[in-house]
Design a protein. Structure first.
Length: 65
């Protein structure tokens, strides 16, 4: 799944570790989501959306129109 997580994180000048703390996940989990190796659970996707003040559809894209 494509996502804008890395861009959104960089815009706020947060490290992966800082984002991980805010989301209560490991830095490795943040890295895996950013690189597309792992899709977040739905509850985690909603936490990410709330943190960035965006609907999850604006952050994550499954590649289908």
């Amino acid at each position: 799944m494509n996502n804008r997580l890395k861009v959104l994180r960089a815009e706020r000048d947060w490290s992966q570790a800082e984002l991980a703390v805010q989301l209560d996940v490991s830095r490795q989990a943040v890295n895996a989501i950013e690189t597309g190796k792992h899709d977040p659970s739905l509850p985690l996707a909603f936490r990410i959306g709330r943190l960035f003040g965006m609907p999850i559809e604006e952050i994550f894209d499954d590649g289908h129109a």
